[in-house]
Design a protein around this ligand. Structure first.
Ligand code: ASP
Length: 615
């Protein structure tokens, strides 16, 4: 037996017991022949002492001393000894085992460690080595207490979700990794087939089609802790593979899916925090989210709502606004209530004249054409531009914004989409600068009634807002309606301003599904080729169904306050989607490529291209 206790277990009640502990030597110090070690494992760290004078007669002190003196950092040892109270004044109250230590009687060296590329011992973030180095030696990084805690937290989240689903009668089903493409708006990772040369699987962007076909299969309530693969341009904090809590249910409406997720998260809350999560969550229609918060992923932990004041300021002679409105743009306003300004936690975060100037600079840096302000004083609205605003306009503004004495009104104008986005960003910046959010306060909100389609800004092509399987809000497409006005029975779950889940009621009528594909510009041939199997499945009595998927990595990283989702993934890729640990993606021997006939395919391709250019 290597150990009787783990390194986090020993307490005062164990004093005088003979124990065995095993772990990694994290620290060692020599106090004039008396050696101290911090022995660590996944559960904690325990102080070991070798005191030659305290050894019992007949013990081989010399050999033991030699073994212990040779121990390098992160050596793996097993030790037998007796638990004793630490010398008065040396107890460590921050460590649960800090009252006791193990007096070493014998020790076995189980393995040695090469010199460490970086320090594993607990340290401040600022002292952490660069992330590249930590990713290269991720197994060592995982020994850090913080990483260990992150992965344990993630485990708790997933295991409590599993318990919840089990208690509600959901069936966990694994869906294939080698699939036909499932469109979620990203590129597929492609896997060549050896047995059928020239053919390829796609790694699933999500189990969307399979979970829907499980409903056709009568599965009723499905869930999976599902791995998804999306080859996206490496945007900030994305991973090419990530994990979703994926679920699908038959014979449900949107509300029923949403309340299921609320109960799920309430259970997770109870398990992790031991507190009751407030449910139901607030619900905001997509349109309102955009107009009130400037984003479809609003952070509702603070107010600072955006108000469209375009028509109120239209009569003003202020040139900047006039120009914007003349070109069809809008003017938006945020009211910074005076208590926020005066009672902000630190002096430096209150908004005086200097800070407003700094905000204006920031706005310019963010590509906003500018930011203007007015303050409500005893004399009414005041600022360097109020003279351009007739009294009635000022009165309307005060009323529209619910302004009270001392409030600061901030204005942003521009083309609709740009101004909206800018006002959303301003809102978040203000909340951050004024310390309006604290890391422990979390707020979920449902964004509901999202549109069915959006137009790609560059190509102008119609694209699904979520994916092409969302049921139109009135259960059909009438034809002739402006695509942008068609709603979908979809809902996003947003946590603290981050989208962490997205779901919908699905189309279960194959003809309607075919029509949606057509609206997306697909030819009947293309539809048949890509989705024929799925439309066929819907044709065999698909039940009404709906579901959702929650991003585990994002959820865990927000709850833990991590800077990146990489901190909650055991072996993540870096920003270029490379694994620094095993150096993947890696080259493949030519023999393997030719076995897959990829080379001849590429040659064939070259020839076709050459033929085309010759023509
Ligand atoms: N498959 C969707 C996604 O990955 C989620 C869903 O609609 O259930 O975003």
């Amino acid at each position: 037996m290597y150990r009787t206790h783990d390194c986090g277990a020993l307490r005062a009640e164990h004093i005088r017991e003979h124990v065995k502990v095993a772990g990694w030597v994290r620290f060692s110090r020599d106090h004039g022949g008396v050696l101290f070690f911090d022995l660590a494992d996944s559960y904690g760290s325990t102080q070991l002492v070798f005191d030659p004078d305290a050894m019992t007669d007949g013990a081989d002190v010399q050999t033991l001393a030699r073994t212990l003196n040779s121990l390098g950092r992160e050596s793996v040892i097993a030790v037998s000894g007796i638990v004793r109270e630490r010398v008065p004044g040396t107890a460590d109250s921050r460590n649960p085992t800090g009252q006791v230590e193990v007096l070493i009687e014998s020790a076995v060296l189980l393995n040695t460690s090469k010199p460490m590329p970086f320090e594993v011992a607990d340290q401040k973030n600022s002292l952490l080595p660069g992330e590249d180095l930590r990713l290269r030696y991720r197994y060592l990084d995982l020994r850090r207490v913080q990483m260990m805690q992150n992965l344990k937290f993630r485990h708790k989240l997933i295991s409590s979700a599993r318990r919840f689903f089990d208690s509600e009668g959901f069936i966990e089903v694994e869906t294939p990794m080698l699939t036909r493409s499932t469109p979620e708006g990203a590129r597929d990772f492609i896997v060549p087939s050896r047995t059928i040369p020239g053919r390829f699987y796609a790694l699933p962007q999500s189990p969307q089609l399979y979970k829907q076909m499980l409903m056709v299969g009568g599965m009723d309530k499905y869930y999976q802790i599902a791995r998804c693969f999306r080859d996206e341009d490496s945007r900030a904090d994305r991973q090419p593979e990530f994990t979703q809590i994926d679920l699908e249910m038959s014979f449900v409406n949107e509300k029923e899916v949403q309340t299921t997720v609320e109960r799920l998260l309430a259970q997770v809350w109870r398990t992790i925090y031991g507190t009751e999560l407030q449910i139901p969550f607030a619900r905001v229609p997509f349109k309102d989210a955009i107009s009130r918060y400037g984003t479809d992923a609003p952070d509702i932990r603070f107010d600072l709502e955006i108000v469209d004041v375009t028509s109120a300021v239209a009569p003003a002679s202020y040139e900047v606004f006039k120009k914007i409105i003349g070109k069809g743009g809008i003017v938006l306003c945020i009211n910074l209530k005076s208590p926020l300004l005066s009672s902000s936690p630190s002096e430096s975060s209150s908004l005086g004249r200097k800070e407003v100037d700094r905000l204006i600079e920031w706005a310019k840096g963010e590509g906003m054409s500018g930011l203007t302000w007015m303050r409500l004083s005893q004399e009414g609205l005041s600022s360097n531009i109020v003279k351009y605003f007739p009294l009635e306009v000022r009165d309307t503004l005060v009323e529209l914004m619910g302004a009270e004495l001392g409030d600061l009104l901030l204005f942003i104008g521009g083309p609709r989409a740009q101004a909206t986005k800018a006002a959303g960003a301003l809102r978040v910046k203000l909340a951050k600068d004024l310390g309006l959010v604290n890391g422990k306060d979390h707020r979920f909100v449902w964004v509901v009634d999202c549109p069915l389609f959006t137009k790609d800004a560059v190509s102008g092509r119609l694209e699904p807002f979520h994916h092409p399987f969302v049921m139109p809000s009135n259960g059909r497409l009438d034809g002739g309606e402006e695509p942008a006005t068609i709603g979908g029975l979809s809902y996003d779950l947003v946590l603290d301003g981050c989208e962490i889940g997205s779901g919908s009621i699905r189309i279960h009528d194959p003809e309607l599904q075919r029509e949606v594909f057509r609206r997306l510009g697909m030819t009947d041939g293309e539809i048949e080729r890509k989705f024929g199997f799925f439309l066929e499945a819907l044709g065999y009595g698909a039940p009404p169904h709906g579901g959702i998927a929650l991003g585990v990595d994002r959820l865990a990283s927000i709850l833990l306050g991590c800077d990146s989702i990489r901190d909650v993934i055991a072996f993540p890729k870096n920003k270029r989607f490379q694994s620094l640990l095993d150096d993947s993606p890696a080259e493949v021997e030519e023999s393997k490529l030719s076995e897959l006939q990829l080379l001849s395919l590429a040659e064939g391709e070259d020839e076709t291209r050459a033929r085309k250019t010759r023509r």
